[in-house]
Design a protein around this ligand. Structure first.
Ligand code: GDP
Length: 424
């Protein structure tokens, strides 16, 4: 069984929380794209954890975690994340963590480049998380990056470093006028942060293929959401990787295997971090209230997130891009305490109402069309069965289900592991 768990919206849907919950039914959890630019927040009986690189399955005993070849890995950041978890009593060893030899290393100069470019763009900045993700993916496709497997042979690696450093300084020094990258420093960096990872690096594609043959249950965990996908998202305000489920087998290193199921994680309202078009956005007091109620501040960066009501147009598109078979609707508890709730059901453009998500460029000119639905006053965070939910909350779920044409199997009503309702 190969299941992917992916974001339907702009990210921050609560994927980490759902992966943590659903991983109880899986043997292996594999991250297949992105780097430490996103943060999954997981709260369980062992504490509160923010995971940037490690798959959320690392918090469950008996689950093996894989970091796939589609990822970009900042080895210094990974060292810090592993230390934080170990300090909290989480066991991490080559037995339960396997890192793909083909995954690309995010270098300190990629972070430097990311910062320099955002600075250069000034008020036209993309809202990058400045973790070097765009530059490292660019290097990957320019075929100038280092991969995890190279850490296994430092002598051979040492031969490549001067050429790459010389090339990188053409940009860092000549274009941006910044501090040059130095070969010796890079080698020291590889030794300090790469050496301790040696026993974790392997051919994860082979490992996963063998595991699949043995009938092991494998989950692919995505970072971000459909609207941040490099091809299908709100380009250029996207991430630099493929966040969609169809990429999961490739990014995990098993292009020969087929997904059995895709679970889409979708938030009961909208949030979007950084720049870019966000048609259903709330402003002022309305935004402030929702942001505070939902604690909408970036897990990786602490940035306040932009918020708005549930957006049917964008979510329906997200579900289509992800090919979601079923949905986990998260943070429904945040919407309690309102007489009425708004839902964005269309975008008005040039006097017409669009109900299909348009090309990014026209999104800036779209005005949201809101529909009012009944809210509920009862606190639902203690509801564990469908029958516990107020009628209006059930109607809200049904309305979303019907307008998005996708089955909502799980409804999350709190950040804790057991705070959810299974609807079917
Ligand atoms: P991810 O990147 O998709 O994993 O999402 P984040 O971790 O950035 O954001 C989700 C946040 O909401 C985290 O702080 C979770 O602990 C929290 N969360 C997840 N599901 C729920 C829920 O149903 N209710 C509430 N109140 N919080 C939730």
């Amino acid at each position: 069984m190969l299941t992917s768990i992916v974001g339907i919206n702009w990210g921050d849907e609560g994927k980490g929380r759902m992966v943590d919950l659903l991983s109880k039914d899986f043997d292996i959890v594999c991250r297949y794209q992105g780097g430490n630019n996103a943060g999954h927040t997981v709260i369980n009986e062992r504490g509160k954890f923010i995971l940037n690189l490690l798959p959320s399955g690392i918090l469950r005993d008996g689950v093996v975690c894989v970091m796939g070849p589609g990822m970009v890995i900042d080895i210094k950041h990974l060292a810090g994340e592993m230390k934080r978890l170990r300090d909290a009593g989480i066991k991490i060893s080559p037995e339960n963590l396997k890192i793909s030899d083909r995954a690309v290393i995010t270098m300190p100069y990629n972070v430097q480049q990311d910062c320099l470019e955002e600075e250069r763009l000034a008020d036209k900045k993309f809202g990058s998380t400045k973790r070097g993700i765009a530059p490292v993916y660019a290097d990957k496709y320019l075929k100038k990056s280092f991969r995890m497997g190279e850490l296994l042979n430092m002598d051979r690696l040492a031969k490549r470093v001067p050429d790459i450093v010389e090339w990188k300084n053409l940009t860092i020094v000549n274009a941006y006028g910044s501090t040059p990258v130095k070969t010796e420093e890079m080698m020291e960096y590889f030794k300090e942060y790469g050496e301790p990872l040696k026993d974790y690096i392997c051919d994860t594609g082979l490992y996963l293929n063998n595991a699949a043959k043995e009938g092991k249950k494998i989950m692919f965990e995505a970072q971000l959401g459909a609207l941040r996908d490099i091809d299908f998202g709100i380009y250029p305000y996207t991430s630099s990787s493929s966040t969609i489920a169809a990429y999961a087998p490739i990014g995990a290193g098993v292009p020969n295997l087929k997904l059995t199921k895709t679970i889409g994680i979708m938030k009961a309202y909208s949030s979007c971090v950084g720049e870019g078009p966000f048609a259903a956005e709330y402003f002022g007091e309305k935004a402030e209230k929702l942001r505070n109620a939902g604690g909408e501040y970036g897990a990786a960066t602490g940035r306040p997130r932009r918020v708005g009501p549930f957006d049917v147009v964008a979510s329906k598109y997200g579900i289509r891009c992800q090919g979601a078979d079923e949905i986990a609707l998260t943070k429904l508890d945040i919407l309690s305490g309102h007489e009425e709730l708004e839902v964005c059901v269309g975008y008005e453009l040039d006097g017409k109402v669009l109900t299909e998500f348009p090309f990014t460029d026209v999104l800036d000119d779209c005005k949201p069309v809101f529909k009012k639905v009944k809210g509920w006053n009862k606190d639902i965070s203690n509801c564990r069965k469908k029958e516990d939910l107020p009628k209006e909350a059930l109607d809200y779920i049904r309305f979303i289900e019907e307008s998005c044409e996708c089955k909502i199997r799980y409804v999350s009503v709190g950040a804790e592991r057991d705070a959810y309702i299974e609807m079917y």
